[in-house]
Design a protein around this ligand. Structure first.
Ligand SMILES: Cc1ncc(COP(=O)(O)O)c(C=O)c1O
Length: 391
């Protein structure tokens, strides 16, 4: 998103607001594809940013969908069911039944518990429908099932119409060590090899969320690229010869987002300069930000000349934690100025404590060169969610 587009956004939208540059998200997908080669498929974990789903549809192979709400967003964006991986630790039986009845074998279902397996398997058998499932391997937390459970389901796979397509695995986000992904892939490769050897089972698909990292605070960093290249190399050396699907959220979406917020007040307290902005930490989320000490990508729109002095940028919530950045150098910062926080495309619009203080949900606009700036959400009042209703 260039400065002309930012200027247009400031004339069109009221702060605070996000602009998600869908060209940037698509270009990032292309960069990932170039590094990984044509064999590796890409699945967008839409929890990172659900506003760019429709724009990404022609570019990715699938969407990891973790709730009925995310499913409805996909349906409104006309995502073909064949591109949907219905995932998530809590799948209500009635929601699963609805999807299985409506979309059957088009959708792929992940299995995160034996209860989920029972519901899917029963439906498949009752309706003689070969529903396709991925068994999620647990890392020993609340997600997925144990390796011994995977063994049991694979051993009994002939007794059901449900088809075990392969394994899903995700252990965490923002991984900066290639040794970590290498170790995980090795473990998955060993598991698939063992399932083949012991049960004669050949998986078609390995669906892996590598948790690739985004450099939010470093002015220059090659960890993003080095992790992607290392991953590409690790995948090329797998013994598993089926389809590898990478589930990615942050790495696809982070750089496409800019968050615009306005300085609404300034003060000096005990020798420190503070500015209050109309946004805050309920709308901005930089993974790894430590007590606001780290400096995220930030543009002072008015960019005045003069000596830069340190400011602490605080949001509009009633908590001392609502600090976006400390000791950031600004020249002649004034009330009314706009601060633009970059790399806010992932987990800011979807993962923030949006209801605190009953502040409005911010406006959202999408931007692309061909379609220009398109407001897609007005500011929404949240007080209704925080007050008793007549039920
Ligand atoms: C199962 C699963 N896959 C993929 C992702 C995406 O992770 P990331 O945003 O680090 O790429 C998540 C994130 O929580 C996840 O839970």
């Amino acid at each position: 998103m260039d400065k002309a587009a930012m200027s247009k956004a400031l004339k069109t939208c009221r702060t605070p607001f996000y602009v998600f540059d869908t060209d940037a998200a698509a270009a990032q997908v292309q960069r990932i594809r170039t590094a990984l080669g044509p064999e590796v498929r890409l699945c967008y974990a839409m929890k990172a940013n659900s506003f760019i789903v429709e724009a990404l549809q022609p570019h990715v192979d699938g969407f990891e969908v973790c709730s009925p709400g995310e499913f409805r967003i996909c349906r409104r964006a006309h995502i073909p069911p064949e591109q949907i991986i219905l995932s998530g630790v809590y799948k209500r039986p009635q929601d699963l039944l609805f999807v299985m009845q409506q979309y059957g074998t088009a959708v792929t279902y992940t299995v995160e518990s034996l209860q989920q397996w029972d519901i899917i398997r029963s439906f498949a058998d009752q309706h003689q429908t070969p529903l396709r499932v991925l068994l999620r391997l647990s890392v020993g937390n609340q997600f997925g099932i144990n390796e011994s459970d995977i063994d049991a389901l694979v051993a009994g796979r002939q007794d059901t119409k449900a088809v075990i397509e392969g394994i899903q695995f995700f252990s965490g986000t923002q991984k900066k060590s290639a040794a970590r992904t290498a170790e995980e892939l090795q473990k998955l490769d060993d598991l698939l090899e063992r399932l083949h050897r012991v049960y004669g089972y050949t998986a078609n698909r390995l669906e892996y969320g590598p948790g690739l990292p985004v450099s939010y605070f470093e002015a220059k960093s090659d960890v993003e690229l080095s992790m992607l290249n290392a991953l590409s190399d690790q995948i090329a050396h797998l013994r598993f010869k089926g389809t590898v699907v990478l589930e990615l959220g942050r790495y696809i979406a982070a750089a496409c987002g800019n968050y615009f917020t306005r300085v609404v007040d300034t003060k000096t307290q005990s020798g420190s300069r503070y500015c209050i902005v109309d946004g805050g930490i309920h709308q901005v989320n930089y993974y790894g930000q430590m007590m606001a000490m780290k400096k995220p990508p930030l543009l002072h729109w008015e960019e005045r000349d003069g000596e830069a002095v340190p400011w602490t940028v605080c949001g509009c919530l009633c908590t001392g934690n609502d600090v976006l950045v400390k000791a950031y150098p600004f020249s002649d910062l004034r009330v009314g100025d706009v601060l633009i926080f970059g790399k806010t495309g992932a987990y800011s619009s979807t993962e923030s404590m949006a209801l605190f203080l009953s502040r409005d949900l911010p406006e959202v606009a999408l931007y692309s060169k061909s379609k220009g700036l398109r407001p897609v959400r007005r500011a929404l009042s949240t007080d209704v969610f925080n007050s008793p209703m007549k039920l």
